[in-house]
Design a binder for this molecule. Structure first.
Ligand SMILES: Cc1cc2nc3c(=O)[nH]c(=O)nc-3n(C[C@H](O)[C@H](O)[C@H](O)COP(=O)(O)OP(=O)(O)OC[C@H]3O[C@@H](n4cnc5c(N)ncnc54)[C@H](O)[C@@H]3O)c2cc1C
Ligand code: FES
Length: 264
């Protein structure tokens, strides 16, 4: 499928927001992702599309992507202007599920850096299905420049805590330290469901912290992908009982108990 760039703007530092209009109307679930490749990249030596979460939908079915420039593909993406053509595959993956019949006492959402991308939509989904349930959001990054969408989460009714490793904003330290401290304060009562997206090391740490407090975890995983649809085996992650899942086909959203983090 083709899509056209509607806008592509730097938000801050290496973070950009891309808005594209696909040639066909899409239906999608929050947490799903798309594979994108700018039309002229083969001449620049970029042959494979790159995966990006759907951050939101705006206007007349325009798709919003929040991305960080980390390498060749995203650098090329950042130079696209209004009207550029993009190859577009998807939406792929399973997306987030909310069990509206079995609501918890609280939702916790933890985002590391660009991990916020799929989690704002999740917050909207939670708030539209479980209006009364408090949503606590932890957003972490190296510094103030890595904290994205804080006000957007607040506008959706979430109570937000930010943490930076350099102390330039919010709590000084890892976002997982702030999470751990919060859980100590609220004690063991009540049922909490935690969702997270970010680097694997962060997810592994969260899984350990949540396990000690009996909290159910759901993670949106990242992996390097080539096809996005279960063909290349490039996105395999270890299952907790042995064997592998494909992040693109079986995920990217997984119950934390299903994933083996020990050797990451
Ligand atoms: C399901 C899914 C959803 C994603 N959603 C987003 C999103 O919404 N916004 C966003 O900015 N990024 C997202 N990513 C990550 C994004 O796909 C990569 O940053 C992108 O492919 C990098 O392409 P590149 O050519 O710029 O970097 P490359 O030149 O390919 O790599 C540059 C560096 O980034 C690392 N890298 C590449 N891909 C990944 C990856 N998937 N995870 C971790 N490190 C990687 C490489 O190891 C290397 O160190 C998502 C990934 C997945 C699997
Ligand atoms: S990206 Fe090819 S199998 Fe998952």
């Amino acid at each position: 499928m083709k899509a056209q760039v509607f806008s592509n703007k730097c938000i801050k530092g290496p973070y950009f927001k891309l808005v594209i209009k696909p040639s066909q109307k899409l239906t999608y679930m929050t947490g799903q992702f798309v594979m994108l490749r700018p039309a002229e990249t083969t001449s620049a030596g970029i042959f494979l599309p790159r995966p990006f979460s759907i951050h939101g939908i705006s206007g007349d079915d325009h798709i919003e992507i929040l991305y960080k420039v980390v390498g060749k593909g995203t650098e090329f993406l950042s130079r696209l202007y209004e009207g550029s053509e993009i190859e577009f595959l998807g939406p792929f993956g399973n997306g987030f599920q909310i069990d509206i019949y079995n609501k918890p006492d609280e939702f916790i959402i933890v985002a590391g850096g660009i991990g916020v991308a799929p989690l704002l939509g999740l917050t909207q989904l939670i708030k539209s299905n479980c209006k009364e349930t408090p949503v606590k959001v932890f957003i972490g990054g190296r510094g103030i420049m890595d904290l994205l969408c804080v006000e957007d989460f607040e506008n959706h009714g979430a109570n937000v805590v930010v943490a930076t490793q350099d102390g330039s904003e919010g709590v000084k330290g890892f976002v997982t330290d702030a999470l751990e401290e919060y859980l100590q304060d609220i004690g063991p009562d009540g049922r909490i469901i935690l969702y997270a997206c970010g680097p694997n090391a962060m997810l592994k740490r969260i899984y350990g912290i949540a396990g000690r407090s009996n909290i159910e975890t759901t993670f949106s995983l990242e992996a390097e992908m080539a096809c996005g649809m279960g063909l290349c085996m490039g996105c395999a992650v270890k299952k907790s009982g042995g064997g592998y899942y494909l992040v693109c086909k079986d995920g990217p959203v997984f119950n934390g108990d299903l994933i083996e983090f020990s050797n990451d």
